[in-house]
Design a protein around this ligand. Structure first.
Ligand SMILES: Cc1cc2nc3c(=O)[nH]c(=O)nc-3n(C[C@H](O)[C@H](O)[C@H](O)COP(=O)(O)OP(=O)(O)OC[C@H]3O[C@@H](n4cnc5c(N)ncnc54)[C@H](O)[C@@H]3O)c2cc1C
Length: 264
């Protein structure tokens, strides 16, 4: 690990200022991705700008949406009674991230900013049509996740909250990698108030993506049965030592049916 200057701003605006001044700065939230990267020398910032005292508003359930402050730990999202009632799929998702240590330190803001292709939250954001609130604008999830480990964020932009519209029903199912607990495949299903359905997949490809064929079938009949016989092509999916692209394609069908069955 190289030396760096450490900043602990009291306001989001000060964090942005510190980042603009830094030669090669990095924001720090729960540190569960960034600290290992620093230790391994994969990131060598000149300045570390600690956001851990900021964006601590927790979970706020409104009439039409639930807003989660960026500094909220996964365990607090999973335990929030209002969120569990409004969007059960998000509570299930947060409660299945990593192990208890990861869930108590890792934050929704850090997870979304990092956009790991096997992270859980991007699927909920895309399926629910979430809005990412930042220090300077509001970004729809469709425009936010731009590719593997990349997002629409500018280098000095801080995520302040994630706002999820409240659906009629939501469900999440993941097949975790037994070693890391990240998703080999995770599928989030949301049935919205107008009857439309959105299905988003994480872990299977280089980035989170939707499955229009499943969405159309579920909009006609929201049941696991209506997904029978639908298959996802393996072309373009990840293939590695953990699973082939064909296996991941198969898992998408299985996880989608489980997510629909679990949806409430
Ligand atoms: C053993 C292990 C198992 C895990 N298993 C899972 C899993 O099953 N599913 C899953 O989804 N994740 C998993 N994770 C990741 C975990 O969810 C972390 O929470 C996530 O990687 C990053 O969140 P963080 O708060 O720790 O962010 P940090 O590590 O502090 O930061 C991550 C990145 O986001 C940037 N950043 C952080 N906050 C902001 C912000 N507010 N605005 C702009 N940029 C910001 C940082 O600059 C950095 O680039 C696992 C991690 C570990 C170590």
């Amino acid at each position: 690990m190289e030396n760096f200057a450490y900043h602990r701003p009291a306001k989001v605006a000060d964090a942005v200022k510190a980042m603009k001044k830094a030669k090669d700065g990095k924001f720090l939230s729960g540190g569960h991705t960034l600290i290992p990267a620093l230790k391994q020398g994969l990131a060598n910032p000149t300045d570390l700008i600690d956001l851990s005292g900021l964006n601590k508003g927790g979970v706020k359930v409104g009439a039409k949406s639930v807003t989660v402050s960026a500094g909220t730990a996964h365990a607090d999202v999973a335990a929030d009674k209002g969120l569990k009632k409004a969007i059960p799929g998000v509570a299930i998702l947060a409660g299945g991230i990593g192990d208890p240590h990861v869930r108590h330190r890792g934050t929704i803001g850090g997870s979304v900013a990092n956009n790991d292709p096997a992270a859980d939250y991007p699927s909920a954001c895309l399926a629910l049509g979430a809005t990412i609130h930042t220090s300077e604008r509001k970004i729809p999830a469709e425009k936010f996740f731009t590719g593997m480990f990349s997002t629409a964020l500018k280098s000095s932009e801080v995520i302040t909250a994630v706002e999820f519209p409240i659906p009629k029903k939501s469900g999440y199912a993941k097949f975790p990698n037994p070693a890391s607990l990240y998703a080999m495949v995770g599928v989030f299903v949301a049935q919205m108030g107008d009857g439309s359905v959105r299905v988003a997949v994480t872990g299977a490809g280089p980035g989170v993506f939707r499955v229009p064929e499943m969405e159309a079938a579920l909009a006609k009949n929201f049941s696991a049965k209506s997904l029978e016989g639908l298959s996802v092509k393996s072309k373009g999916l990840n293939s590695d030592m953990h699973a082939s692209a064909e296996y991941r394609a198969h898992l998408i069908g299985v996880m989608a049916r489980r997510a629909v069955t679990a949806a409430k």
